[in-house]
Ligand binder design. Structure first.
Ligand SMILES: [Fe+2]
Ligand SMILES: [Fe+2]
Length: 192
């Protein structure tokens, strides 16, 4: 499929607002990829498809994950907000036929993060926080941080999300904490 065809698939499955968000993440991801040395075309594709399951019901998402043998961790099972990333990655790989592992992996970890995130994973993760359609308090600071370091932006973003979740006594995904620690370690150790 061409990029335009993938974009049509996203449009077909998403509300107008979410489709616009996906277009913004695609554009932002491509720009971040350009800046940090990832592949802009992969980032664009991951961006347009990353939320493809987000407007699909939980039952159907569970069915897709079951169908393609996706095992959920305990934390993932208890947090349906993480499901669209996992069911989306399976859908993109097995139904839409995206063969690129990096793109599929980046979609799978775009919400929670994970231990051992690669460059494209980080690009999509940060693009999802700072895309042009975002307007939460603190987004300008995130955008500033993303200009100098993906890891700085990740640390800020995860800290923000964790504070929000613990404030509401929601559970945390341990994978997010791994991503947070590893981003901080990378900052301490400096550029590889
Ligand atoms: Fe998402
Ligand atoms: Fe998103």
């Amino acid at each position: 499929m061409t990029y335009e065809e993938y974009e049509q698939e996203a449009k077909r499955r998403l509300t107008e607002k979410r489709f616009v968000h996906s277009q913004c993440v695609a554009a932002c991801g491509a720009a971040l990829a350009e800046k940090y040395g990832a592949d802009p075309e992969k980032a664009r594709l991951a961006g347009i498809l990353h939320d493809i399951m987000k407007d699909t019901g939980e039952e159907e998402q569970l069915k897709i994950m079951e169908q393609f043998g996706i095992m959920l961790s305990q934390a993932q099972r208890h947090n349906p907000k993480l499901w669209h990333a996992l069911s989306g990655a399976a859908y993109v790989e097995y139904v839409l036929g995206v063969g690129d592992r990096e793109v599929v992996e980046a979609i799978a970890c775009h919400t929670g993060g994970k231990s051992g995130m690669g460059l494209l994973d980080k690009v999509l993760f940060v693009a999802d926080y700072i895309s042009a359609d975002r307007d939460y308090p603190g987004v300008e600071r995130m955008r500033e941080l993303a200009k100098s370091s993906l890891e700085e932006a990740m640390v800020e973003g995860i800290a923000f999300t964790v504070a929000e979740k613990t404030g509401e006594r929601q559970t945390l995904d341990p994978q997010s904490i791994c991503a947070y620690n590893e981003a901080l370690w990378a900052l301490e150790d400096g550029p590889a």
